[in-house]
Design a protein around this ligand. Structure first.
Ligand SMILES: [Zn+2]
Length: 306
């Protein structure tokens, strides 16, 4: 009886609203979202369906009158029972909204240097949980020991590329040594993945000079540094890392991090969902650079936007 009563009350609220909206004559579409809030705080959102999906005889509502309305329904199930409204409203449940929130408007690339390490798998899990991708600039001399981690990272759609063989400063190396550092690291990654990665690398410390660019061009490689540096190697504090990323992130940013730090791992627990909430899609370096610059030039240095 109580349920029926609640239904009647809801009908009294909803049906006149629907009639009001649909008797108004206009061919324009409205984009208002109607919120149906239940007593136990489940909020259902309902969007008017687009005009072409309506019966031809039904006139569409007037945008000016399509302001958000809150109606209280007894529970989520009752809200879904309003199938008679379905020609006009598309209901979205809280679960559906959580899975498919605001469509991403911005792209950002998180990058992790100097690994893999024992923290990498943890970061991979968070990325996987939020359907996000990142780029791992790994050290060649760690590839064999962490082959499984690298393989899993790539399987999840992340990018695994080189950051030198043993973190030597390229400014102190001969061209031949620089070449070996880049080539051997890429070869080790390719052996694990069974395919070559994108022809990009990040020199240790982000050091770049004419020699390094010359070797990169010669090998057909692009140099990728960063536009956001929370200095996670210095500030081993998850709060600092999290705040720095959230304050500086813009569309096209490349963030440098280290998957060798526990505080970085902890910061990712919050940063990854927060970035998504702010409308960011977390993508690989290759994807963001292709999106921003099109085809990459060998020997060129890319740093992302800020
Ligand atoms: Zn490094």
């Amino acid at each position: 009886m109580l349920v029926v009563l609640k239904k009647v009350i809801a009908t009294l609220i909803l049906l006149p609203l629907a009639l009001l909206l649909f008797t108004a004559s206009s061919t324009q579409l409205a984009f208002a979202v109607y919120t149906f809030e239940t007593v136990n705080n489940f909020v259902y959102e309902a969007e008017p369906v687009i005009e072409s999906e309506l019966e031809p005889s039904i006139e569409t509502y007037e945008p000016a009158r399509a302001t958000p309305v809150i109606a209280r329904l007894s529970d989520p199930a009752t809200a879904l029972e309003y199938i008679e409204l379905q020609p006009f409203f598309k209901f979205t449940s809280p679960t559906e909204r959580a899975q498919n929130t605001v469509p991403p408007r911005y792209k950002i690339a998180l990058t992790f240097d100097d690994g893999p390490s024992r923290y990498t798998s943890y970061i991979l899990d968070i990325l996987y949980q939020y359907n996000s991708k990142a780029t791992f600039f790994v050290l060649g001399n760690r590839v064999e020991d962490w082959a499984e981690t690298i393989y899993i990272a790539a399987q999840q759609g992340n990018e695994v590329v080189g950051h030198s063989w043993n973190h030597r400063n390229f400014a102190n190396l001969t061209n031949y040594e620089i070449r070996s550092q880049i080539y051997n690291t890429s070869a080790a990654i390719a052996e694990v993945l069974g395919r070559p990665s994108a022809p990009i690398f990040r020199p240790p410390y982000g050091v770049i000079n004419q020699n390094i660019r010359y070797v990169a061009r010669d090998l057909g490689y692009t140099v990728v540094n960063w536009s956001i540096d929370p200095q996670d190697w210095l500030h081993r504090c998850a709060d600092h890392i999290y705040n720095f990323i959230m304050e500086n992130a813009v569309h096209g940013s490349i963030v440098v991090l280290h998957d060798t730090r526990e505080s970085t791992k902890e910061a990712m627990v919050r940063a990854i969902p927060s970035l998504i909430e702010q409308g960011f899609e977390l993508v690989t370096v290759s994807e963001i650079l292709e999106h921003l610059f099109g085809e990459l030039k060998p020997g060129a240095l890319y740093q992302g936007l800020r």
